[in-house]
Write a protein that binds this ligand. Structure first.
Ligand code: FAD
Length: 287
């Protein structure tokens, strides 16, 4: 099934994310986590992709396994380290595996991959264009309510986002945010810029304090005082931090659905217990 048909239906959509194993040895544990999450029967599940393409084979097989479990998968695909031929081969593999949905991404440019970058694709809009030309995939893109870190301004980032949508994205999934007002303001700006595709709100349940420190260092995501107080109070008590992080994410999700956002994607990161608790917390809301 195509993601666009799922998120355009009246029923609120709740999806979960998994990341593929980095090594053969880790495959079985990821497979188990994926299957446990699939048994929750979410609206769809996404499978991430290494920026360097290192885990690309696993992305296809994990997505195929999700499909076999009866849940719609979406495979992420990055282009920063790929030639056009590499991408063509990935698209063939996805098509042969029966995967209909792709989240088209540039991938991060890091100190590790900076010197290995291949220049067939400079930005995700070029990848979206090639996927669209290749075949009948439902293509999504990423968007950044607080602006992409490389952009000099939010206005510039939104202008570039419009190029990506015009190339063929039928929906956008947001970067995580911890203050819903940031998303509501952003929605107003992108609609004003003529971007009309559905938005899937990305929510990260922060279940341990180290995770949040890493997130802030990497992306500069704004942390509201209410959230900081939770981390300050419960960082040293892992069970309490996990419970509080799930409650905070649940609160955000309920507010999003109440304010007309019809699709929420949870960055569940292979944690079945987190996915299950969030789903239980809003079971009546997503019925
Ligand atoms: P782009 O859309 O190319 O944007 C990157 C920057 O370039 C922005 O500043 C933008 O304003 C600018 N830009 C875009 N187009 C143009 C243009 N035509 N001309 C000039 N400037 C332009 N990374 C992974 O490695 N694997 C994953 O599975 C993964 N999943 C993700 C899922 C989501 C929902 C999100 C939000 C991010 C994900 N990422 C993933 C991270 C992502 O790869 C990085 O954020 C990356 O830095 C940007 O990717 P993008 O597709 O948004 O790039």
């Amino acid at each position: 099934m195509k993601i666009i048909d799922i998120i355009n239906s009246d029923k609120p959509a709740l999806s979960f994310e998994v990341f593929p194993p980095k090594t053969d040895a880790a495959f079985d544990s990821v497979k188990k986590a994926t299957e446990d999450i699939a048994q929750l029967n979410p609206s769809f599940m996404s499978v991430t992709y290494g920026a360097s393409g290192g885990t690309s084979e696993f992305t296809v097989s994990v997505a195929q396994n999700i499909k076999n479990m009866g849940v719609t998968p979406i495979a992420h695909l990055t282009c920063v380290n790929s030639t056009k031929d590499d991408i063509h081969n990935r698209l063939e593999a996805l098509k042969n595996a029966g995967i209909e949905n792709i989240l088209a991404l540039r991938g991060d440019i890091t100190d590790e991959n900076r010197n290995k970058i291949k220049f067939d694709y400079k930005h995700a809009n070029e990848l979206v264009y090639d996927i669209k030309a290749f075949g009948d995939f439902c293509i999504g893109g990423a968007c950044y309510p607080e602006g992409h870190p490389e952009s000099s301004s939010q206005a510039e980032d939104i202008k570039n986002l419009k190029l990506k949508v015009d190339a063929g994205c039928c929906f956008l999934t947001t970067q995580m945010f911890f203050d819903n007002n940031i998303l509501y303001n952003y929605m107003y700006k992108i609609r004003e810029a003529g971007i009309t595709v559905p938005i899937i709100a990305g929510i990260m349940p922060v279940t341990n304090a180290n995770q949040i420190k890493r997130i802030c260092t990497l992306s500069g995501t704004y942390l509201p005082q209410r959230f900081k107080a939770i981390v300050d109070r419960y960082a040293s008590n892992p069970d309490a931090m996990c419970q509080a992080g799930i409650a905070y994410a649940t609160d955000q999700i309920i507010d999003l659905f109440a304010n007309g956002i019809n699709a929420v994607h949870v960055y569940s990161m292979n944690k079945e217990n987190v996915a299950r608790k969030i789903q239980q917390n809003i079971s009546e809301i997503i019925k």
